[in-house]
Design a protein around this ligand. Structure first.
Ligand SMILES: [Zn+2]
Length: 409
């Protein structure tokens, strides 16, 4: 038994991509949505608090399927590695209300050592913020994307593992620490010094062993995968989600469709590094590589989208300029502008499809009776113009588990 709230009179986008419901009624009890429909058709208990939302839009809370909760000062990862973890924890906790302010009620952290502890603090009620799914440490091979090439090995916060037995152990260690999924790097990347986004990393056997460990505990694997070969290696080995996907080829696209895998493009970080990286400490090699991949990335995402690959919203934002948490709505705009999605499809990428990507579609991602009450009240109609959601002033209220965490109405 919790408090009842009846949200009345708004235009409802339920996240399923169908027609909106005008003059909708949503009854929330405690953490859950218990009834939904046209306002007049919902039976409302006398004790319920009624919130009049005429002229507003209600939609599911947004989900960012690719963030890092790391509290760094800049994208200069070598400099970040030398800072005290306690300082970074303070910054990372400050990022939680910023995500809520932007309407992101769930995030998937794919690499940090702080998120498992922030989850604990939020479960204790010490802090409020979005629901978090986390991989804890990234798994990378020696000299891979997650290995800090520019520093001695002891500065790594990733788990460096080589060979099948070590990869299995590394995956088990993450679950021991409280991970919800495993994140690996099956190619090089942009912000790693001595590798190239096109190079494959880990063998198929190593990735298979990690997938085996994840599936044994009912979880799954997400792979940082940018080059065509490493994308396919990951898919052949049974990875569920492909992160970035920059150089995906036709074979890779085919495999993704066949296996119902999910693609998380993270267009936002590449755009931000290209445009503003030089102002914020991104090393020269990172800017050079980002510029090189930018156009190719967009072209390949359009191809994947047209082929019917399931695409989820992810920014790769990490909580420092130029990839601040709280600006994650940018990806919605880019899914429309750069990939060619409709506003409705972009919203689905950030709600329903993102929930499927995280495997939490039974409780989140759409507004339906029985689901968790993670809702946004928005000024204007994001189906007409998705950038409505980029301006956080338009996000008037944010509910997480039925609790009002933002209210500027
Ligand atoms: Zn990332």
């Amino acid at each position: 038994m919790g408090n009842s709230v009846f949200l009345k009179g708004a235009t409802l986008i339920d996240g399923n991509g169908g027609e909106v419901v005008q003059n909708a009624g949503i009854l929330v009890e405690g953490e859950k949505i218990v009834a939904i429909g046209e306002a007049n058709s919902v039976k409302v208990p006398e004790t319920a608090e009624v919130v009049d939302l005429q002229g507003k839009t209600v939609m599911p809370g947004l989900i960012d399927a690719h963030v890092h909760i790391m509290g760094g000062k800049s994208l200069n990862l070598a400099a970040s590695a030398l800072e005290p973890t306690e300082v970074q924890m303070g910054r990372a906790l400050n990022d939680m209300p910023k995500l809520i302010n932007a309407g992101f009620t769930t995030v998937r952290d794919v690499g940090s050592i702080l998120a498992v502890h922030i989850k604990t603090l939020m479960e204790e009620g010490q802090y409020k913020g979005p629901n978090i799914q986390t991989s804890n440490q990234v798994l990378s091979q020696t000299a891979g994307h997650g290995d800090m090439h520019m520093l001695p090995p002891e500065f790594n916060t990733s788990r460096i593992c080589d060979g099948v037995p070590d990869c299995m152990k590394a995956a088990r260690e993450q679950f021991r620490a409280g991970a919800d999924l495993i994140k690996i790097c099956s190619t090089g990347g942009v912000l790693s010094e001595k590798d190239d986004p096109r190079w494959p990393q880990f063998t198929v056997d190593e990735i298979k062993a990690i997938v085996h460990e994840a599936e044994a505990v009912g979880s799954y694997v997400a792979s940082h995968a940018q080059g065509a070969e490493g994308i396919k290696n990951a898919l052949v080995a049974g990875v569920k989600t492909i992160e970035h996907g920059i150089y995906i080829d036709d074979e890779g696209i085919d495999l993704m469709v066949k296996q119902s895998a999910y693609l998380v493009p993270t267009l936002s970080i590449v755009k931000r590094i290209v445009e503003r990286g030089h102002l914020h400490g991104v090393p020269e090699f990172g800017i050079r590589k980002a510029k090189r991949v930018y156009e190719t990335h967009k072209e390949h995402m359009v191809k994947a989208y047209k082929a019917g690959v399931q695409i989820a919203l992810g920014t790769d934002f990490a909580g420092c300029d130029p990839v601040d948490h709280g600006e994650n709505g940018l990806e919605l705009e880019l899914l429309v502008k750069d990939v060619g999605m409709s506003a409705s499809e972009a919203i689905q990428a950030g709600t329903k499809t993102a929930a499927e990507t995280l495997g939490i579609e039974d409780t989140l991602g759409t507004i339906e009776a029985g689901k968790q009450a993670d809702l946004l009240v928005v000024e204007g109609n994001p189906l007409e113009d998705v950038t409505t959601l980029v301006n956080t002033d338009n996000i008037k209220q944010v509910y997480v588990k039925g609790e009002l965490l933002k209210d500027i109405s």
